[in-house]
Design a binder for this molecule. Sequence first.
Ligand SMILES: [Ca+2]
Length: 446
Amino acid sequence: MKIPALLLTAALTVSVSVQAEPAHVSLKLVADGVVEPVSFVPLPDGRALVADQVGYIRLMKAGGGLTETPVADVRSLLSAINQNSFDERGLLCLALHPDFAKNRRLFACYTAPRRASAPAEYDCTLRVSEFTLPAAKPLKVDPASEKIILEVDKPYFNHNGGRIAFGPDGFLYISVGDGGGPKGCDIGLGHVPEGNGQSLRTLLAKILRVDVSGADAASGKAYRIPSDNPFASGKEGLPEIYAYGVRNPWAISFDQGGNHELYEGDVGQSRWEEVNIIAKGGNYGWPLREGFDGMNREHPELPPSEPKAEKGLRGEPLIDPIAVYKNISGWHQDPEAFGCSVTGGYVYRGKALPEFTGHYIYGDWSGTQGQPQGRLFVARRPAGGKGQWAVEPLRVSGAGKFFGCVTAFGQDNDGEVYVLTNGSTTLTPGRGKIWKIVPEERAATN
Ligand SMILES: [Ca+2]
């Protein structure tokens, strides 16, 4: 549908601050040879685990390069995946227990085949599991050592979220998407009328928090509920819920420094891609809002059809993102629209690029849908810490040019940040690469 330019201009309700002079960095290739790298998890000894969406856990050697043999082949645990095509299902994220050096507990999130108790029309079941990573060399995980922690049934193949991270409190945080579907807008099979984002009776469209220190005898669950979870009693909402009103939280991360805040990249519908700082009990607005704007749930590429909602269903405030950028689907030919799907990243806490310390490095999956031309951004923390963060494109110069979709980010134990890319928009073998963000390499003739 062609949208009149006038309509789009009139709808702009928030100024998007994008710096004119972008910062320059270079990328150093540290590993390749995977299909779609989606998770990079540093081990205590300087090596790293890398999750390949198609079902492998690989080992990156200290300094770079993957070992020949995967640490684990979990393909047999996964739901069906569209091979050589686009898919959001598969192995989605890894996390090490905070006491990993002692207990060797490795957590993984992936899409499993629909479990028996799920409705027959549903697509798959999002699963968080635990494995033991034996200390013996070479590192090898036995998929049969799996212990299932938590499952969420998924009506459609997309909007899984499926990202996991341990917080400074030692609890496991899990991001879950709204359930997806061809219409988007939190509508369709498995979506309640108010949207899963606003329902406290589903784990879809939520950030969850659980205690994996032991099973809960009373409920029979493999985890316990932290006593200060916002709905811990289960009366007002499901006790696993930590925050709600998110759409497709593709990447959550804790700041290694500062106040150890929880950052979330929330993939937008058609108009706004957003980054949030997640607070306990917070309502992030989906599907009442997208970015700072209201929504048009019938025609999401058009300006909001109703006044912007200010409160949730229980009168609670809706929390604004810290940073947004325009999605090209809703802002045709707008020079400020430069992406289609936010890929959440990390707050930089390394040494090599001090100008980024305390700022959030992240990206856009492909720049334009269908083209493997991802973008990198830095969102600058505002002076004083309050208000909107300025979004600045991060230009890549020097030898390490990348051409690919930005699938995820990683951060090592020194706070340095890595970019995970796929040179294809599909799950095509051999196009996945991992890059370390390094200071700009200037040409010798400069
Ligand atoms: Ca939001």
